[in-house]
Structures are given as C-alpha cells and as structure tokens.
Design a protein around this ligand. Sequence first.
Ligand SMILES: *Cc1c(COP(=O)(O)O)cnc(C)c1O
Length: 356
Amino acid sequence: MSRVFNFSAGPAMLPEPVMRQAQAEFLDWHGTGMSIMEMSHRGKEFSQVAEESEADLRQLMGIPDNYRVLFLHGGATMQFSAIPLNLTRPGDTVDYFNTGAWSKKALNEAKRYANVNIVAEHTTEIPDPSTWRLSDNAKYVHYTPNETIGGLQFHTIPDVGDKPLIADMSSCILSEPIDVSKFGMIYAGAQKNIGPAGIAIVIVREDLIGHAREDCPRLLDWKVQADAGSMDNTPATFPWYMASLVFKWLKAQGGLEKIAEINRRKAKKLYDYIDASDFYHNPVRPEDRSIMNVPFTLADSSLDKVFLQESDQAGLKNLKGHRLVGGMRASIYNAMPEEGVDALIEFMQEFARKYG
Ligand SMILES: *Cc1c(COP(=O)(O)O)cnc(C)c1O
C-alpha cells in the first residue's frame, strides 16, 4: 500500500493514525463484537463516544459553558438555511460579509428568509473596517472566516459590537485557537478538518436557542437538537465516531496551539516560495491569505494541464483549482503532513525549472 499527498479541498485527507485505529476496531469495537456502525445511537457504547467527543471538542476549543455543541446532518449548507430560520422573522434585517463563493451561497440562502444587507465585499482582500456598513437593526452578522475557494482569510475576528457574530468555519475550524466567546454561533461541515463528510458541528450560545420560526423544519431547530443531544432522529454515527478519533488525535498532537504552529509554518513555506518565483502567483493580499487553502496560478496557463498531469504522477493529488477561479489550489488542512508541503514545493521548483 502506498499513500499519496492529497491536496483536495474536501473531502480531504484524514490523519493516518485515525484511519488505522478505525480500521483496527472496525469489526469489533472495544470487545463488543460489533462495529460502531452497527450500534444503537442510544446505547451506552455510542453514548460514550458522543459524550467524549463533545468533551474533547470543548477542551480543544475552550468552549465556554454557556454554549451548546450540536452534531448535525446536512453539512454546513443546511445551516445556511437554519441560521435565518432560527434567528429571524420575515422582514428582519441580517448582515453578511461577502468575501467569496461560500459567503455568497450563505447570503443567497438567507435572502429567502430575511433582508440581507451586505456589510462589505471583496474576494482578494479583507475590506478595511472603515468601509463596513453594519446595520443598526441586524439580527446577526455573518461571515466566512476562511474562503475555501478563493483562499482569503480573516486573521482577526471582526468587531460587530453587540450583534451576534456567526461564522462558517468549515475550512478553518480546529486549525488554530480561537476565542469562542466572541461568537454567537459557529458552524462547520466536517469534511475538511473534522472527519469524513456527513456531519456538521454547530456551537451556539444558549441565548440564541429557542427562537426558531413556527415553520422552521423540526430538525433545523437548534432547540429541538440541543434538547435531544443532537439525537432527535438517528445521527450520522460513523462520521461522529470518526470525528471523536480526530479530536483525540489533535489532543495528542498538543492541541490547537501546536497544530496552529505547524499550519502556519506549512503555509508560510508555500507562500514564500510562490512569492519568490515569477512562475507562480497568488492573488490574495499577503496579510489576508488563508493558512488552509492556497490557490495559485502559473504565469503561462497553457501549462496548467501538464502541471496537473505531472503532479498527479508524482503522487501530489487533486491540485486543480476550483472552476470559479481556475489555476491550482493546494488545501493543506491539519492532516496534511509537512512533508506533503515540502514535496509540493520541490515539485513546483522542478516544474518551473523544466518549463520556465
Ligand atoms: C465546504 C464548505 C461548505 C459546504 O459544506 P457542506 O458540508 O458540503 O455543506 C460551506 N462553507 C465553507 C466555507 C466550505 O469550505
């Protein structure tokens, strides 16, 4: 068996020790003679997985006691709808930053339920706070701290006064420590930095629970899910279990301080190389670049195809950029080893020498 370096934006690489453990206990979980996939979500074994996963996540992220943690179906996209359905009535105003493709999807969905005010708009730099147009009466302010497609990242939490701040952290959760108390609600699909696809994590402050519209679908009502321990219906047990193993792996790595140090080093190397070369280019303002998703273009785009073919042959997979921005993209989430980034840079150097 040989493993490659997979730069996919999501579903993305998982830590190898996590997959080995899942493999080893796949048929017989902790001497029960059953797979965790075959167990009742209400039994004591799965309850233990659920409880430990929440406790581990709370510890990793320093989640305060007045926040609830939910493990839900529907990915991040389902929360695009759940957020306005839980926090607004028809005619209410909500504020959205528009910094790229995911912001746009979130705000387009919110438009079905509320009046959306765009606070600021830019895809290659975070707009200066002096230009923000926050509305006085917004029910919440939404932003996408890390734009997975454009590779644009907020490196400071926007100051939005006393409005609940809501963040789609799908592609940056668990990549570095954050101050959860600054947020009203945080959500993330699992398949980038948490585990396999099929689950989303919602971290929501208690005072924002219990205000859903009459017609909010039951499963999207945070109160229903909080009261039921995320088990109003059958949860996605396998992704939840896998996430629990990833949390334990992160703790064993030394937690988010340590993982952030590695992530910053990985990203810096790659950006430093791109900036030093005139063969490759990244369009994002340097201080606003993502540490998780690194898009880049070749000076001569007619070489894109060859680049993708040769990198693939070299075991560097899925470097094709998103169709919206073209070029290449290297997603370097927590599970991408530093050697993967080193191998990519080496390949890029060699490629530039050969074709430059
Ligand atoms: C991947 C991604 C999504 C979509 O997640 P799903 O779980 O597929 O719904 C939303 N927002 C961001 C920032 C993403 O990276």
